[in-house]
Write a protein that binds this ligand. Structure first.
Ligand code: FES
Length: 338
């Protein structure tokens, strides 16, 4: 059994399970409402009940004055309900609403989906999960290794379990450390979030994602967010790999293909790229954009999110704009080799 929660003033709605808190339900639905401790201590997640009733058990209202309680204020991280509600709460308008946080995380799992790609899973303390928007970055610090700003590859709807994709690049001490020394349970200090490469929740265009190699990381976060939001327009993923096996989470992409009605997945391989990651060839740089313009003759109705190495951006951008993509509908997150 679930209840429907309508948020004012935006009018957005989400479902919440019987024993789920309103905060967890909102985050699962991709709605960014404020919170911090997730334990009833900080008061950040305050909201006002406009209509309906909350489940009385577990209510923590000592944060509020008598007048605020009378006005219906409550904490979304502690409140559950068995009936449809209307609540008033401030939603994050953009990256400026995301506070800078410093969190001591632990490595919960390490995966090697490709010999040169490591997926690092970090877990935050329960009382200090990371509040961020899909597509943002965080600074990772490990003692004795130069810190690295990395895209968060997971969805904000699971803010305790964060994922990062590390590409082995010769000469990058951070990557070398991750591949040779990093161990489960080790501490990694995280500072963030940062970055403006975020999903436009209110857009009404079909969305094209273009990723190069491990530029897939923020794209994965955006796609998972779009899924949690139940984004109503088609989603298309083009993933250019510079080496065989470079679509290192291809099974995940195929599972989206099976689960979603309006999703397409096009893996592309830059066969002339040689052995180094992040293609330097002109063919490789244009491979994704050429396929996109061939398959989407009217780009004016599309929104494109692209992540790739800096050297691949100018040609791709020029080609997409030449074929009618409005500049305001092109979002780019470029990165250096390391
Ligand atoms: S009281 Fe801190 S998030 Fe709810």
């Amino acid at each position: 059994m679930t209840a429907k929660i309508r948020i004012l003033p935006s009018g957005r709605e989400f479902q919440v399970g019987l024993h789920e808190t309103l905060l967890d339900g909102a985050l699962r639905a991709g709605i960014a409402i404020p919170y911090s401790c997730n334990s009833g201590a900080c008061g950040e997640c305050r909201a006002r009940l406009v209509s309906g009733h909350l489940t009385p058990d577990g209510m923590h209202d000592y944060q509020f004055s008598a007048a605020e309680k009378a006005a219906g204020y409550f904490l979304t991280c502690k409140a559950c309900t068995q009936e449809d509600l209307e609540i008033e709460v401030r939603e994050a308008g953009g990256v400026e609403d995301m506070p800078l946080q410093q969190i001591e995380t632990r490595v919960s799992r390490l995966e090697h989906p490709h010999p040169d790609v490591m997926v690092v899973h970090l877990r935050t303390p329960r009382s200090q999960s990371l509040r961020f928007l899909a597509g943002q970055h965080a600074l990772l610090e490990i003692p004795g290794v130069p810190p690295r700003n990395k895209s968060i590859a997971s969805c904000p709807c699971n803010a305790m379990n964060l994922q990062f994709h590390i590409q082995r690049v010769p000469g990058d001490p951070f990557a070398e450390y991750c591949f040779s020394e990093l161990k489960p349970n080790q501490t990694v200090m995280l500072t963030g979030p940062s970055g403006h490469f975020t999903f436009d929740d209110d857009a009404t265009e079909e969305v094209i994602f273009l990723a190069y190699d491990t530029g897939f990381a923020p794209i994965k976060s955006l796609i998972e967010h779009a899924i949690s939001l139940e984004y109503a327009y088609p989603l298309h993923l083009y993933w250019v790999a510079s080496r065989a096996g470079g679509h290192y989470l291809e099974n995940l992409c195929r599972s989206w293909l099976d689960a979603l009605d309006d999703f397409s997945f096009t893996p592309l391989l830059d066969e002339g790229a040689g052995s180094t990651p992040f293609s330097d060839t002109e063919t490789g740089q244009l491979l994704g954009a050429q396929r996109i313009v061939a398959e989407h003759p009217d780009l004016s109705r599309c929104r494109v999110y692209m992540t790739g190495p800096e050297h691949a951006v100018p040609r791709t951008r020029a080609l997409l704009l030449e074929h009618g993509l409005p500049e305001a509908q092109l979002h780019i997150d470029s990165f250096l080799r390391f």
